[in-house]
Each structure stands twice: as C-alpha cells, then as structure tokens.
Design a protein around this ligand. Structure first.
Ligand SMILES: NC(=O)c1ccc[n+]([C@@H]2O[C@H](COP(=O)([O-])OP(=O)(O)OC[C@H]3O[C@@H](n4cnc5c(N)ncnc54)[C@H](OP(=O)(O)O)[C@@H]3O)[C@@H](O)[C@H]2O)c1
Ligand SMILES: *[C@@H]1O[C@H](CO)[C@@H](O)[C@H](O)[C@H]1NC(C)=O
Ligand SMILES: *[C@@H]1O[C@H](CO)[C@@H](O)[C@H](O)[C@H]1NC(C)=O
Length: 318
C-alpha cells in the first residue's frame, strides 16, 4: 500500500515537473494590429503553421499559405475561413525542396502582392531523401529554401517598415553541428540510411536556422526589419510522420499525455510576430514567449557568417 502511494507520488511529481519544464505552456499577449498587413506562412496547411495562420486571419491580416500541396492548402484555407470569417486567406504554391520553386514563388508574390509585413519560416520536416537540387532534404527544406526565400523577399519587407522574419528552429539545435568543408563541396550532406542519422540532420538544420537568424539580424541593423528564431515547445503535429513505427508506438502515449496542441504550439511564433517592443531583441531565440539564452555554437559570429556565405553560393547568388 505504501509502495503504491509512493509510486503514485513519483508519477504525479514527474508529470508536474515535465509540464513545468520541457512541456511548459505559455500564452502570447502581443497584440500589434495586423489588419491590412500581409503575412506569408510557409507550411501553413497543418500543425503549428495552420494554428498561426488561424490566429492572424482572425486578427484581420491578409494571410498567404505558402505550401507545396494545393489540395491540402485549400482544405486548410476552407477551415480557416470558416472558423474566422476571414476572406483574406490565399494559397500560393511553394515547394521548399526546389530552389526553382522558391524563385518562382518569390517572383509571383512580388508581382501580385503590394506589401509584406511578416514572413514566417515555419515549414519543416524530419525525413530522409534529397531535394530537387540534390541537397539533403532537411538541410534543403528547413534551412536553404527558407534562406533563399527570405533573401528574395527582404527588400519588400524593408519597404513598408517594421517587417519581421520569424524562423521556426527547435531546441534540437543543441545537438546540431555544421561541417562547413563538407557543405561547400558535398551538397548531399545530411542524408543517411538510419532514422538517427536523419534525426542528426534535423538537429543540424535547426542549428542552421539559429545561425541564419543571428546573421540576418546583423545584416538588418539600421533597417526597421527584425528577426527571431523560435522553439515552439514539444507539439503534437504531423512532424513525426516519417519516423519509424516503433518510434511512433513509443512516442504516441507520451504525446497524448504531455505534448502541446498546435494552438499552444503557435504561441511563441505569435509572440515574435505580434509583441510590441521586442525589436532590440532582434536575432535572439525565443521559447515560452520569452527570449532565452543559447549555447555558444548557436551565436558563433564566424560560423554564422560562413554559413551565410556558403548558403549564398549554394543558391547561386554569389
Ligand atoms: N512539433 C514539434 O514538437 C516541433 C518542435 C520544435 C520545432 N518544430 C518546428 O516547427 C515547424 C512546424 O512543424 P510542425 O510540428 O507544425 O510540423 P508539421 O505538422 O509536419 O507541418 C510541417 C509543415 O511543413 C510543410 N512542408 C514540409 N516540406 C515542405 C516543402 N518541401 N515545401 C513546403 N512546405 C513543406 C508541410 O507540408 P505538407 O503538409 O504538404 O507535408 C507542413 O505544412 C517546423 O519547422 C519544425 O521543425 C516543431
Ligand atoms: C496532396 O495531398 C492530397 C491529400 O492529402 C493527396 O491525396 C495528394 O496525393 C497530394 N498531392 C501531391 C502532389 O503530393
Ligand atoms: C514520408 O513517408 C511517406 C509515407 O508515409 C512517403 O510517401 C514519403 O516519401 C516520405 N517522405 C520522405 C521525405 O521521406
């Protein structure tokens, strides 16, 4: 009997501890007006991106879902319109696994839309394979596609003043490392046959997101545009769709019990998009709706600059 009580106490204590740390919830109180402003959300058709789109549409923003699959995007748009009453939610084709598609998206956007206020680099995946251009898919989609997208849209963000770039990273950046020599010569970087190898590639790509934001903030100094990277929390989404079955069986019960739902998972993104007065924190990493300290390798000036230069080369910009 005593042992049972003790066990119950330990389980409960563990649960409470986890909900206060790894699975902590927070709420965005940022309330900047977005009516009449234009937002791009990559991968806005599901998960955290869709929850973010819903909130911004409700606040009256013009929301562009930049997605690879029209059917999925149109379904999400119908949901968002129905839930918010907004008529300003649009689909534009973007496949981040193709630099050509990124260029095509940017040129269509710049031709058809008159302003850009928020760019939310949200899309991401954990998977194996290559992009159309031959890059490891996680490096290619999570980092390089977003790098080029941001690069091509930066002038438009600057034109209207006060624009922001919010990039979804992850706490998994801690386990990432970047091999610049390999990157410069071997674009196949970041693929592997085993799931732990593509988990490693995922961590590497999330470290790229951190260094990208760090360097972007420096390049934006003197303009009114600011940028932030985000760990959204541990959120129940489709992100794990490509992990193996036994991993799913292991994750699923914990996920049901502890993971945040997408709405809770969108709060830190929304904070970085809507909170007034965080401009001096440009380049920083946010989670639980607050700026956080990061490991030294995620704010390494030299590495951030080198990654930027390699990324320009790989995109054919220099
Ligand atoms: N969930 C978490 O616990 C967690 C934790 C830390 C960080 N994050 C980050 O949060 C972000 C959002 O993830 P999520 O959890 O909401 O995952 P999700 O439910 O899997 O959504 C990912 C989105 O990215 C899109 N996408 C994937 N590849 C793409 C491509 N080549 N071109 C365009 N869009 C593409 C997906 O489109 P399709 O539907 O067409 O596949 C989907 O809309 C990711 O960057 C992820 O790394 C998530
Ligand atoms: C798009 O998504 C739909 C619905 O999930 C799926 O049936 C279809 O095969 C997808 N199309 C492509 C090109 O991946
Ligand atoms: C992810 O898994 C689906 C099937 O579950 C498969 O069709 C798809 O090709 C996989 N994607 C990647 C990038 O591995």
């Amino acid at each position: 009997m005593f042992q049972l009580l003790l066990l119950a106490a330990v389980v409960l204590g563990g649960y409470v501890f986890l909900t206060k740390t790894l699975f902590r919830r927070s709420k965005c109180h940022g309330n900047a007006a977005v009516a009449g402003k234009t937002v791009i959300i990559t991968g806005g058709n599901t998960g955290i991106g869709k929850a973010t789109a819903l909130h911004l549409a409700r606040k009256g923003a013009r929301v562009i879902l930049a997605c690879r699959n029209r059917t999925k995007a149109e379904t999400a748009i119908a949901d968002i319109k129905q839930e918010t009453g907004s008529t300003e939610v649009l689909y534009m084709q973007l496949d981040l696994a193709s630099l050509k598609s990124v260029r095509c998206f940017a040129s269509t956007f710049l031709k058809t839309e008159s302003r850009l206020d928020l760019l939310i680099n949200n899309a991401g995946l954990v998977a194996d394979g290559r992009t159309e251009d031959g890059f490891g898919i996680e490096f290619g989609v999570n980092h390089l596609g977003h790098f080029l997208l941001t690069y091509l849209l930066l002038e438009r963000l600057k034109e209207d003043g006060g624009g922001r770039v919010v990039t979804l990273s992850s706490m998994a950046y801690r386990w990432g490392h970047i091999d610049l020599e390999a990157l410069a010569v071997n674009k196949h970087l970041g693929t592997g046959r085993y799931s732990w190898q593509f988990f490693q590639a995922y961590c590497n790509s999330k470290l790229c997101n951190m260094l990208f934001t760090h360097q972007l903030a420096k390049r934006l100094k003197g303009s009114k545009v600011t940028c932030y990277s985000v760990h959204p929390g541990v959120v129940r989404t489709e992100l794990s769709r490509n992990v193996s079955l036994w991993q799913k069986v292991f994750i699923e019960p914990i996920a049901r019990l502890l993971f945040l739902d997408p709405e809770a998972g969108a709060q830190t993104t929304l904070h970085c998009a809507l909170q007034e007065g965080i401009e001096p924190l440009s380049g920083r990493y946010f989670s639980c709706c607050a700026a956080q300290e990061v490991c030294t390798w995620a704010r390494d000036d030299t590495m951030a600059r080198k990654l930027w230069d390699v990324s320009e080369k790989l995109c054919g910009l220099s």
